[in-house]
Design a protein around this ligand. Structure first.
Ligand SMILES: NC(=O)c1ccc[n+]([C@@H]2O[C@H](COP(=O)([O-])OP(=O)(O)OC[C@H]3O[C@@H](n4cnc5c(N)ncnc54)[C@H](O)[C@@H]3O)[C@@H](O)[C@H]2O)c1
Length: 307
């Protein structure tokens, strides 16, 4: 990819920029932030790691949306993170107001870009960006499930003592406490995790996955998680930039899949050079469908607050 932009040079934005630069994912990487000097400083700091990591990506930062011009992919991390005790929905109004202005700037300066939403509540903001741009759903999507699945895979590795290299976890649904860890589709080298773990251990893993973000926030107090979120974003960007056609859980607009439309949710998608190239509809068992519906209701509830 020639040019990628990251909006929000805070913790998640800066960490994402470092991963993308280190992987030489694109030729040009720009950061945009409202705080004077923040994006410029982050860009320069990362640029100075180039000789150590050996990448050729050129970084630039600024406060003017014109810096987005020509970006093929825009990652949106701008907004306020939640504080301890807050849910992701508690930051909805502030982050929607920020997003609306940003989307107008993106439409003016990077009208052909794809949008990868990260700011929370990510399902609702993905829906909002899709609605406001009027762009097709393949170009507007969000990150949640790659992070949630990575958290779950980490907990499976910690509980079993087995290598993460063999562990595949899948988490669907909204990016909140009602997310849906899909145990049937979580395996260790193709063998369902239930073969290795007791029901008690599985229940612990599911609970810890659902509250993975809150666990870190409670420990750090002044910052929410950003290393794993940034690595998850970088994995999605890599799949798109290199047209890998990876199957990754993605916040996507549903257009009849799972019997739903006019809502954005975490579902497995094929990610490639055209963004969300297709949405995969998995058959759900009644208990999974129940959890999926609960998660969906939470997202719809927040979407209705926008209307
Ligand atoms: N989807 C996920 O899995 C996931 C994971 C972690 C964090 N998040 C979300 O990502 C967002 C960022 O988190 P963070 O920890 O990096 O927060 P942060 O406070 O460190 O960074 C946010 C940045 O956005 C900037 N900003 C605010 N308004 C802006 C605007 N109008 N234009 C440009 N920049 C603007 C701020 O100046 C700040 O630098 C939060 O909403 C957080 O909840 C999502």
């Amino acid at each position: 990819m020639e040019k990628i932009a990251i909006i929000g040079a805070g913790r998640v934005g800066e960490s994402t920029a470092q991963f993308l630069a280190k992987n030489d994912t694109c030729r040009e990487l720009v950061l945009l932030d409202v705080r004077e000097g923040a994006a410029e400083g982050a860009a320069l700091d990362i640029q100075e790691t180039a000789p150590l990591f050996g990448f050729d990506t050129r970084l630039k930062g600024g406060t003017d949306a014109a810096i987005l011009s020509g970006a093929e992919l825009v990652v949106i991390t701008a907004g306020i993170p939640r504080k301890p005790g807050m849910s992701r929905s508690d930051v909805l109004d502030t982050n929607v107001a920020i997003l609306d202005k940003l989307v107008d700037g993106i439409m003016e300066h990077a009208p052909d870009a794809m949008l990868l939403l990260v700011s929370n509540p990510v399902d609702v903001l993905t829906y909002r960006a899709w609605q406001r741009t009027g762009w097709p759903r393949n170009r507007v999507f969000g990150q949640a499930g790659v992070l949630d699945s990575s958290r779950m895979a980490s907990f499976v590795a910690l509980e079993t003592g087995l290598s993460v290299n063999d562990i595949n976890a899948m988490v669907l649904g909204g990016h909140g406490d009602s997310m849906v860890p899909m145990l049937r589709y979580s395996t260790i080298n193709g063998i369902p995790v239930r073969h290795f773990l007791s029901e008690e251990a599985i229940a612990r893993i599911v609970e810890r996955t659902r509250h993975g973000g809150a666990e870190i926030l409670a420990l750090k107090q002044t910052s929410s998680a950003y290393d794993a979120p940034a690595a998850a974003i970088a994995a999605m960007v890599d799949a798109i930039a290199l047209d890998r056609k990876r199957v990754l859980p993605t916040v996507a607009l549903l257009e009849g899949e799972y019997g739903e439309r006019d809502v954005a949710m975490g579902v497995p998608c094929i990610l490639g050079r055209n963004g969300v190239e297709s949405v995969i509809e998995l058959p759900l068992e009644p208990s999974e469908r129940k959890e999926f519906d609960q998660s969906l209701a939470g997202v719809r509830n927040d979407i209705n607050r926008l209307k």
